[in-house]
Design a protein around this ligand. Sequence first.
Ligand SMILES: [Zn+2]
Length: 262
Amino acid sequence: MKKVLIYDTTLRDGTQAEGVSVSVEDKLRITEKLDDFGIHYIEGGWPGSNPKDDQYFKQVRNIKLKNAKIAAFGSTRRAYLRVEDDPLIQNLIKAETPVITIFGKAWDLHVIQALKTTLENNLEMVYDTVKYLKEHTGEVVFIGEHFFDGYRSNPDYAYAVMKTAEEAGANFLVLADTNGGTLPNEIEKIIKQVKEKGLKGNLGIHAHNDSDTAVWNSVVAVLNGAVQVHGTINGFGERCGNANLCSIIPNLSLKLGYENNS
Ligand SMILES: [Zn+2]
């Protein structure tokens, strides 16, 4: 049976939704529920971003999980720091999770305007960070932030970002539609192109719902070979929300015959 790994980010992206506020205790209880349910990956938060998330990562180690692996979330190293000197990267390692997920910028415009660095330096940041974290944890998930917008702007560069993460040893290469503006036909076309160009690693999809197509974008990505799907329970997330796992999971398993429960 074809298998898809479900990656839940309710506790991180989901808590960005307006009106959602969870305590450490809530996060721990939700973790247990998601684990009982058979979710493969649970992204618990961003270590070092607030005391609540630090407490969560300390306490979640005491929970015996049956199915899920806990992931800590963060970003590539800062532009002008060596990876081993970046305190944000050290916070990720201190969380002692079996999985670390980082995002890196895949849109040339954001590299230049938001990071204020060169395209080449951003590739080095991706490479150093993935490689370093691989030495300190079991699995590294790399998310190409704004991948689809970046691909429309500069396909070679967006591809190079993902390829760099692959070469540095990332276990999953996740294509993010961070602004949620991409439609299913483009998701399909672009995934086919990056595979043809030579991206061979395990692909994932991280969709937001601004075009009301996040569920279908995720399903289309799976039909085109993605093996890890990011989403949240009931689609909670900022603006119009994330891809809704409560729709994706049954569509994949009941209608398309994918195994997606651990
Ligand atoms: Zn997101």
